[in-house]
Design a protein around this ligand. Structure first.
Ligand SMILES: [Zn+2]
Length: 521
């Protein structure tokens, strides 16, 4: 059984968590990296699995647009420094056409989600606070400030109790900042606060002191309290969290305990999911490391993008190392295997993975010929290969319209892969002139290059030429490795490279022969 179906089954058979309300959330503080798609995708899968069980479910995604600007993407570091400390929703958009900073970045990940079939309904935290929906929980939290501090201390073990601390921040009436205000008194109606010049290192408060009502969007709860408060206000019953939040004593634990002890709200069905790693490292938006979420559909079809998350159990890390690796061709192979399992009904889990990876409609269960991605990438680098003809030969009959469509789509993505991600041996290019490294050629190697001129001249297919090149090295007594590195030194200035015959035949013959003559002199 697919892991998402297991979770759905566990939820339904528990008899709890009704009505089923799946939720996830994100702060729109910059362009999301590809790893941050894991949460939305996991929630989308659980939502679909619940619906497939036949129960009613709801799926929302909260845009945390009432959060503070507390870090900036590198390209905005200087121009937006003055907005540090402001609510994201009260900060202007970096680009025209958006109402706020929050809206600009939220729109980007809403688009990513749509592309990947994440069907959540979006809600704005700022709007919910301003509509007064949080008034009740704000009062509860302010009335329970001691208890909340106890919970922080008990669960995370780190925080020292501060006398007079209150779980709330207001927007300063004088300067408009949220991240700099300290609320120090609550009389049951209003809070007293000071906009502190030195409370945080990343923003400076104006020093203003005031007393205002905390309700109706005048301020917000600190995020762990805010998280639990959202569950209660909305009625969320299912929400997972990334491992960084879900570790023992972390923010998720605190939020769940706040449900029990402060808000009197049943804990949502919860679990922590593993990291998404690139080259063994956890991705980070602020450090600009790795791929942006909106780039995923530029490098592979959306179903494949979804498949990345569907195929891996939430308990396992996803290693997504695309640069200079065969990861993308491997992913296509796995996807094709899942598709064929779906058609043949051979592997239930794999077939289900395929179904859950579809963006909207699941393809009909008809036999299908899937042109292999890595072959397309190979053929694209050979001279005069008619892709359609090549694959029709492979299939043994004409491709159907659907198959042609897939071939065309894969051709597009194979070009992207070759240009940006393929290992060197897949995309080595002949140098414009004889590389300086060709000086390293021994006389034996030069003589070999002179002898292959004839072979290349008469060659018409790479399979035969490759054999001939190999045979010739045997005949002349040069070590095979030396022979092939002679070719690479003459064409790319390295002692290793792509499969020689395929490489040589992709260029105009005149150019190749001229280079061989020059290098063998
Ligand atoms: Zn202020």
């Amino acid at each position: 059984m697919h892991w998402a179906d297991k979770i759905a089954q566990e939820i339904v058979s528990s008899g709890k968590y009704k009505p089923y309300w799946v939720d996830d959330m994100k702060t729109p503080s910059g362009f999301a990296h590809v790893g941050s798609l894991r949460g939305p995708l996991i929630h989308s899968l659980i939502f679909r699995a619940l619906k497939d069980v036949g129960v009613e479910a709801r799926f929302t995604f909260v845009i945390n647009d009432f959060d503070t600007v507390d870090e900036l993407p590198s390209d905005l570091k200087e121009s937006f420094a003055k907005y540090m400390g402001f609510p994201l929703r009260a900060t202007p958009s970096p680009k025209d056409g958006y109402k706020s900073y929050a809206e600009y970045f939220a729109q980007d990940f809403k688009n990513n989600f749509k592309d990947l079939g994440v069907e959540a309904q979006f809600l704005s935290s700022w709007d919910m606070y301003h509509e007064g929906k949080f008034d009740e929980v704000i009062k509860m939290a302010l009335d329970s400030s001691e208890k909340i501090q106890d919970i922080y201390q008990k669960i995370s073990g780190s925080r020292k109790k501060e006398k007079g601390w209150l779980p709330f921040q207001v927007i300063c009436e004088n300067c408009g900042k949220l991240g700099t205000t300290r609320v120090y008194a609550w009389d049951g109606k209003e809070v007293s606060y000071k906009c502190e010049p030195n409370m945080v290192a990343w923003a400076k408060g104006c020093g203003h002191e005031g007393k205002i009502s905390p309700f109706g969007g005048k301020g917000k709860l600190p995020w762990k309290v805010d998280w639990a408060a959202h569950w209660k206000v909305m009625g969320v019953t299912i929400e997972a969290a990334g491992k960084d939040h879900a570790s023992k004593g972390g923010s998720y634990d605190i939020a769940l305990t706040l449900c029990d002890e402060v808000f009197g709200y049943p804990r949502p069905f919860n679990f922590g999911y593993e990291f998404f790693l690139i080259g063994g490292k956890k991705m980070s938006s602020s450090k600009g490391l790795g791929l942006k979420a909106h780039d995923l559909v530029k490098i592979m079809p959306a179903e494949l993008g979804r498949f990345v998350f569907t195929r891996t159990n939430y308990k396992e890390q996803i290693e997504f190392d695309l640069m200079g690796t065969m990861a993308i061709p491997d992913l296509f192979d796995e996807y094709d295997e899942a598709w064929q399992a779906y058609v043949a009904g051979t592997d239930e889990n794999l077939a289900r993975t395929f179904i859950l990876s579809q963006i909207s409609e699941v393809p009909a269960k008809n036999p299908i010929f899937l042109p292999r991605f890595r072959d397309i990438a190979n053929y694209l680098q050979l001279p005069d290969v008619d892709l359609l003809k090549k694959f029709e030969e492979g299939k043994g009959s004409p491709l159907s319209e659907k198959e042609k469509e897939i071939l065309k789509e894969r051709e597009k993505y194979a070009k992207v892969w070759l240009e940006n991600y393929a290992p060197e041996e897949f995309r080595e290019q002949m140098s414009g002139k004889l590389p300086v490294e060709a000086k390293k050629l021994s006389s034996e190697q030069k003589s070999y290059l002179g002898k292959i001129i004839k072979l290349v001249d008469k060659a018409s297919n790479p399979d035969d030429l490759q054999k001939d090149l190999y045979e010739l090295s045997k005949e002349t007594g040069i070590k095979t490795k030396e022979a092939f590195s002679a070719i690479y030194l003459a064409f790319i200035g390295k002692d290793h490279g792509p499969r020689a015959a395929w490489f040589l035949l992709q260029y105009p013959k005149g150019k190749v022969l001229a280079r061989l003559k020059e290098a063998s002199k």
